[in-house]
Design a protein around this ligand. Structure first.
Ligand code: UDP
Length: 319
């Protein structure tokens, strides 16, 4: 298929683009490089530097589907500067959807998030559970889901939203390289690399076994594979929504211990207060995508997830 990957110079977009190229698809990456890296565009993909708000000319070339990753994705930043999140994540996506409609592009796979659920009433979280986002980031992603449902019903768009829980690990050389890194695993590994002095542990008084937050970490390669299945499952006039996670929770302390094991390096920890807005436990039920699309994680172990992230970080630094 002829595919447009928006945000394909970012972490998850680059891994999906790489897997699509490997499957023999004709891949174009559209990215404005606001947070991505040109050298993260995989070999074999064409790169166009530009904005999703101005994709009409490119889409008119003719594409079979768009895989849409381009977005702003920092929860804390979205609370401080909500307008930017609404403009980019909702406004940008609506412009993209209108341009797709004008160009007759029939399918979209959308990169969504567990942040649409907010504080859960129960775990594991299912797709039918209440959506009460606790940040403009989550709210802007949820608003896109509403738009996708409408576009599917009105115009016959074939849409799939994938709601990611915690994504980690690396796929070959493709790894997390955020200028502002807020995620736990890359931050802990930066301490192991000596690039940061210590890990700040945000809260040890949660109602969990060891008092630290529990999250569902999924290997980015497994996550990416789900996009290829979603692309095949796209059905005209239908908007499907799937959670993507391991279905297993790991505490912050467990993650830090595994990072110590994998790197063999000391990782000093400084315990601090809770980070505002962090729910105690977030674990996905991914039963729906397993049942309907036959997806299942092939690398569910935390050790392998951390080891792949570590290897890619060392490689990027020429170590
Ligand atoms: N966390 C932490 N120190 C950090 C980064 C994260 O203690 O430097 C905790 C955070 O409070 C949360 C968990 O690690 O409980 C996962 O956070 P992350 O930002 O990686 O993902 P989130 O679950 O917020 O999407």
């Amino acid at each position: 298929m002829r595919l447009l990957v928006t945000g394909g110079a970012g972490y998850i977009g680059s891994v999906v683009a790489a897997q699509l190229v490997e499957e023999g698809h004709d891949v174009t990456v559209l990215d404005d490089l606001s947070t991505g890296h040109a050298d993260a565009v995989p070999e074999g993909a064409r790169f166009v530097r530009g904005s999703i708000t101005d994709a009409g000319g490119l889409l008119a070339e003719g594409f079979d589907a768009v895989l849409h990753f381009a977005a702003k994705s920092l929860v804390g930043e979205s609370v401080e500067r909500p307008g930017e999140y609404w403009a980019c994540n909702l406004g940008g996506t609506l412009a993209l959807l209108e341009a797709m409609r004008a160009a007759g592009v029939p399918r979209i796979v959308f990169s969504s998030t567990a942040a649409v659920y907010g504080e859960p009433e129960r775990v594991p979280i299912e797709e039918t559970d209440p959506t009460r986002p606790a940040s403009p980031y989550g709210a802007s992603k949820l608003a896109v889901d509403t738009a996708l449902t409408a576009f599917a019903g009105l115009y016959g768009l074939a849409a799939v939203s994938l709601r990611y829980f915690n994504v980690a690990g690396a796929y070959g050389r493709f790894c997390e390289r955020h200028a502002v890194e807020t995620h736990l695993i890359p931050n802990v590994l930066k301490v192991a690399l000596g690039e940061r002095e210590s890990v700040s542990l945000f809260g040890t008084d949660y109602p969990t076994e060891d008092g630290t937050c529990v999250r569902d970490y999924l290997h980015v390669a497994d996550l990416a594979r789900a996009h290829l299945l979603a692309l095949r499952a796209c059905t005209p006039g239908t908007h499907r929504i799937y959670n993507l996670g391991n279905g297993t929770g790991f505490s912050v302390k467990e993650v830090i211990d595994v990072c110590r094991e994998v790197t063999g390096r000391p990782i000093p920890v400084v315990v601090g207060p809770r980070r505002p807005g962090d729910p105690a436990v977030l674990v996905a039920s991914a039963e729906k995508i397993k049942r309907e699309l036959g997806w299942k994680p092939e690398r569910p172990g935390l050790h392998e997830i951390v080891a792949d992230a570590w290897e890619a970080m060392l490689r990027l630094r020429g170590a």
